[in-house]
Write a protein that binds this ligand. Structure first.
Ligand code: UDP
Length: 235
């Protein structure tokens, strides 16, 4: 094992350029303050992530995904993760709704990008471009690429979800760098890292059900997977 995070374990493989990602059943929120183990969550998030990375590859967004190998695992290219949480927001929710004093669901006139320093000890503070350059987290050209890719991902995912009567409110991406210096989309795309609402009723179909004790997480993620056609409606 190379690394264990809150929701995933990363292992080396017999190929130095490839890692194995294993999704755990643990759910955490508020920087690890709220925790639970939820049977079936690992399988569901591996299913979501594998599906979205394949969809984005087909649409020309280069990413680290190298194929699902079991219910809870996929392979990925080894990259060094840029310690930035790249958040894109179409409507205000969560911390943005609080920061600007608007109701959740307040529409933003254009997608808002926020960049946060991926550092649990500091509580993932928001950084501006100057902080990022001063800390050498990314060069101006790399940051430009990251923002452009994040906005393209937003458009592609928004279109996908709307086709299923769902609204993409916001999401978080992470990017990594290969040894050759190419920037690749990495990490995870799942309802742990996105806010997804029913376009008509506004029902929340993402980790907010766990953060706010609104509904059981596994049932919610399962129904989302069925709704977007990546899981059959059984059990
Ligand atoms: N997000 C995430 N990991 C984090 C922080 C945020 O995946 O460590 C996602 C979150 O699920 C939401 C979006 O980024 O889809 C914006 O999150 P926000 O800043 O509102 O924080 P939250 O309310 O999720 O703590």
């Amino acid at each position: 094992m190379l690394y264990e995070g809150k929701a995933k374990k990363i292992y080396s493989t017999d190929k130095p350029e490839i890692i194995r990602v294993e999704y755990k059943d643990s759910a955490t929120a508020f920087n690890g303050v709220k925790k639970d183990s939820i049977e079936g969550k690992g399988k569901l998030n591996n299913l979501f992530t594998s599906f979205f990375f394949e969809l984005l590859s087909e649409k020309g967004i280069e990413n680290h995904f190298e194929g699902k190998i079991s219910e809870t695992e996929h392979l990925a290219k080894k990259v060094s993760i840029i310690p930035l949480e790249v958040i894109v927001r179409n409507k205000a929710a969560g911390t943005l709704a609080k920061r600007i004093g608007k109701e959740e669901g307040f529409p933003m006139p254009f997608p808002i990008i926020e960049l946060c320093y991926k550092n649990d000890d500091l509580g993932d503070p928001m950084l501006n471009d100057d902080h990022i350059f001063a800390l050498n987290l990314a060069s101006p050209d790399e940051l430009k690429q990251i923002k452009e890719k994040a906005l393209r991902v937003n458009t592609l995912l928004q279109d996908f979800f709307l086709g299923h009567g769902l609204e993409l409110i916001d999401f978080k991406l992470e990017f990594g760098k290969t040894t050759e210096g190419t920037i690749l989309l990495a990490d995870e795309i799942s309802p742990d890292t996105c806010r997804i609402w029913d376009a008509v009723t506004g029902q929340k179909l993402d980790k907010d059900v766990f953060r706010r004790d609104l509904a059981p997480l596994a049932e919610t993620y399962h129904s989302l997977a069925v709704r977007i056609g990546i899981l059959k409606n059984e059990a």
